[in-house]
Design a binder for this molecule. Structure first.
Ligand code: AMP
Length: 282
């Protein structure tokens, strides 16, 4: 496995690999089994002929909250071991100064899908995501890229960016990897208090029972209200949003729907957790 810290190193490491599949998995580090699953899927997709590139970059531009950026976990040595054991060929690990010129003045904004859910409560977040992902696409020039469905809105926005800008990359969505108790793996989970860590699987449980209620014809408003009530009955928990949206447009649905997404963001103390479930009703 090779490690590139600069754009020049990355270019020279990738140049002999061009002409075959190059699969990119962008991450912000503090890798866990969710990331590992994406890396292994990338390895499988690339096959023996192709290459897997992982980027590890804590992108400051996508953080709307300075405290969240400052406390975001970093485990670089462990991350490299994870990449190596998952069969990554090249890790791109740039510094912030390497990625961004101090006087950068070009931004990239998706305006429709970004206006709801996390986009509504994290101003500028998805513009920062689009900017860094676009830069990574240009630097790596992968044939394929893999993103997790845990960040469902992010995947939808990147799909839209790829479509609207004619970026010649095939995107793949990967299923959410969970702890045995149902909590979606997240780099932020280590910041939960022991009490909140114990209570956090309630998110998954409430989404599953909402799924049953949806299938049995329960009105959408009741379903969302019930999820909110059950999470907010936990001390120190505040929901940011609980919304049932169209799985493609991410805009709210009020009636039974072909393919919907029930998405939740909730503060467990000062840690913001997200999760979602795809729902369908015939
Ligand atoms: P992050 O490092 O949080 O930016 O995540 C990097 C990639 O890993 C994104 O595409 C995420 O959606 C994905 N990811 C994070 N957590 C999980 C998980 N629990 N299951 C599947 N994919 C995940």
């Amino acid at each position: 496995m090779q490690i590139a810290h600069t754009k020049e190193e990355l270019r020279s490491m990738l140049s002999p690999l061009r002409g075959r599949k190059i699969v990119l998995v962008p991450t912000m580090g503090a890798l866990h089994a969710g990331h590992a699953s994406l890396l292994r899927q990338a390895r499988e997709l690339a096959g023996t002929e192709g290459s897997v590139v992982a980027s590890i970059f804590l992108n400051p531009v996508q953080f709307d909250n300075a405290g969240d950026l400052a406390t975001y976990p970093a485990t670089p040595m462990q991350d490299l071991e994870t990449c190596d054991s998952c069969g990554v060929d090249v890790v791109f690990m740039p510094s912030s100064d390497t990625m961004y010129c101090a006087d950068r003045s070009v931004s990239l904004e998706e305006t429709h899908l970004s206006s709801v859910l996390c986009g509504a409560s994290r101003p500028g977040h998805f513009a920062g995501v689009c900017l860094v992902v676009n830069k990574l696409f240009n630097l790596v020039q992968p044939t394929d890229a893999i993103f997790g469905k845990k960040d469902y809105q992010q995947l939808a926005i990147i799909r839209r960016m790829v479509r609207d800008l004619d970026i010649p990359i095939t995107l793949h969505g990967a299923e959410i990897v969970r702890e045995a108790d149902g909590l979606a793996l997240s780099s932020r989970n280590v910041r939960l208090t022991p009490e909140h860590r114990q209570a956090a699987p309630a998110i998954r449980r409430s989404l599953l029972s909402a799924g049953e209620a949806y299938a049995s014809g329960e009105p959408v408003d009741n379903i969302c209200a019930q999820v909110r009530r059950s999470l907010e009955s936990i001390p120190g928990v505040q929901c940011d949003y609980v919304e049932l949206v169209d799985a493609q447009t991410l805009h709210e649905v009020t009636a039974p729907h072909r393919l919907a997404l029930l998405a939740v963001a909730a503060w467990f103390g000062d840690v913001r957790l997200i999760d979602n479930i795809e729902l369908s009703r015939s």
